[in-house]
Each structure stands twice: as structure tokens, then as C-alpha cells.
Design a protein around this ligand. Sequence first.
Ligand SMILES: [Zn+2]
Length: 90
Amino acid sequence: MSTYNLKMGKNPGEFKFICTCTICGTKYQMGRHFYNGKHIPRYKLDVCQSCYDSNRDGWHPDFETTLLSHLKENNIPIPERNNEGLYPRD
Ligand SMILES: [Zn+2]
């Protein structure tokens, strides 16, 4: 599961989330002006933009262990592999 830390910005009412990518562990910002990651509803997965962009055709085999353990932890059904033999990205 990702961890969310709410941080107050300089302006009252302005806030941002620091999210941790479930796949690679990179921290990225999400907030009113920052969209450096993606939430994948199908997997209830929060990933950084770079993981999202680089796995367009399906999750790279290096990430399968991480993906599958996340699915298992959250009781999410494991998807069918796509034509590339990979689990679909979203
Ligand atoms: Zn990542």
C-alpha cells in the first residue's frame, strides 16, 4: 500500500500529497499543481508517471512479483495476460 503524507504548503489551503510508487518506491508529488503519478483503479495501485509511461504494453516481468503481491494483499483478482504475455497496465 502507498503511504500518503499530507504537507501544508506556504499558502493556506494549498496542500500537496507525497505519494510513494507501489512499483519502484519513488516518491512523487500529487496536488493541485502536481500530477506526477497515476492511480490505476483496476489494481488500486498508485504509481509514478515514469512507471506508468514505461509499462504501456503491460507490466515488465521485473515488476510482476511486486504487482502480484500487491494484488494478493488487497484481494484483487489477477488479470489475464495480454497478447504480449504481460499483465495489462490498467
Ligand atoms: Zn515508479
